[in-house]
Design a protein around this ligand. Structure first.
Ligand code: UDP
Ligand code: MG
Length: 321
């Protein structure tokens, strides 16, 4: 008999087509985990309604009424997947020993939950669900995803490749997550920043069994831009680099101008003109880059991120409080 209280957190946006089936499958999983003594009956399946315009919230209400194993949280309006997920996780933080987040369409194989719990019991605070293949994706999505992870790595953002928002977070990790007060929240980039012991569990991702994807191309693009700009100030540094290169070119131009002038093969005034255009352009870019560096610092400062989280302490001294 385990006393672990586990919260399953599922953001739902217009998911009336999948909710009944999702609830059914999760309930079977729930009963199995309780029977196997993996978690306590105080565990919950928490649906977060992200301002749906269809019957999603009514359905969650009905589920809760029929079986209190299902809990619900309804946001005041649509705030996007990441925010809905965060709302659910922060809600679970004070009630659960661990929370597992997943999508409402159950594309992520819930069979991996047992293994996640194994790792959690072994002392892991973060367990990432990682897809072992992308067979069910279109070639387009596969390639854009690969590009995305490459780009993020280039920008100095630490992320676990092929892991989305299917993961287990212990209460301690959730408390750490709550310390990140930033509004521009990109969970996949923030979770690795929490630290603590982490591990991965591999699973295969299926297709959505009903309803449509709530992530059309436009949202996906916005999502990656959000990811880069909320975690990295590398783009600003690119401006500085560009300014430096342009300025360097202007010096080469200067040398070239002097040489051709000495050889007497230039049009009058060409050398000084071309050199000053490149020099000024380079200096302007460089200056913007320098200003940008400070803006980048201010940006990170305003996020008010925790500077550290403590894993363990060994100390018998000090005054008892
Ligand atoms: N979602 C949400 N708010 C939104 C968009 C999506 O809460 O504004 C939820 C959605 O209900 C689902 C999850 O985010 O549980 C992932 O969405 P989806 O399965 O459509 O994305 P895909 O798997 O196609 O990337
Ligand atoms: Mg999906």
């Amino acid at each position: 008999m385990s006393h672990t209280v586990l919260y399953f957190v599922l953001p739902c946006y217009n998911e009336e087509a999948v909710l009944p089936e999702t609830a059914k499958r999760l309930l079977i999983k729930y009963e199995q985990l309780v029977r196997d003594g993996r978690m306590s009956r105080d565990s919950r399946i928490l649906f977060v309604n992200d301002g749906s315009s269809d019957r999603t919230w009514q359905m969650i209400r009905d589920l809760h009424r029929k079986n209190p194993v299902f809990s619900g949280l309804s946001l005041s309006r649509n705030r996007g997947h990441q925010n809905a997920l965060l709302a659910g996780l922060l809600y679970a933080k004070d009630r659960a020993d661990a929370a597992i987040s997943m999508d409402a369409d159950l594309q992520d194989d819930i069979g991996a939950v047992d293994e996640m719990l194994d790792k959690f019991e072994d002392g892991c605070d973060v367990v990432y669900g990682v897809r072992n293949n992308r067979d069910t994706d279109t070639a387009f999505k596969r390639n854009t995803a690969r590009l995305f992870y490459k780009l993020m790595a280039k920008m100095g953002v630490e992320m676990v490749s092929d892991s989305a928002d299917y993961r287990l977070l212990s209460r301690r990790a959730l408390t750490g997550l709550a310390e990140f007060k930033e509004v521009n929240l990109f969970l996949r980039g923030i979770v690795p920043m929490i630290g603590y012991r982490s591990d991965k569990v591999y699973y295969s991702r299926g297709e959505r069994f009903a309803g449509e994807s709530k992530y059309p191309l436009k949202k996906m693009l916005n999502f990656s831009i959000e990811g880069i700009t909320s975690l990295s100030v590398a783009p600003i540094r690119l401006i500085t680099d560009l300014g430096f290169i342009v300025f360097l070119i202007s010096i080469i131009m200067l040398l070239w101008g002097v040489i051709t002038k000495l050889m007497g093969i230039t049009v009058k005034g060409w050398s000084s003109m071309i050199v000053s255009i490149w020099a000024i352009g380079g200096l302007i870019l460089l200056s913007i880059g320098v200003v940008g560096e400070y803006i980048g610092k201010i940006y990170l400062e305003t996020k008010g991120r925790p500077r550290f989280l403590i894993d363990e302490t060994l100390d018998d001294g000090g005054r008892p409080s």
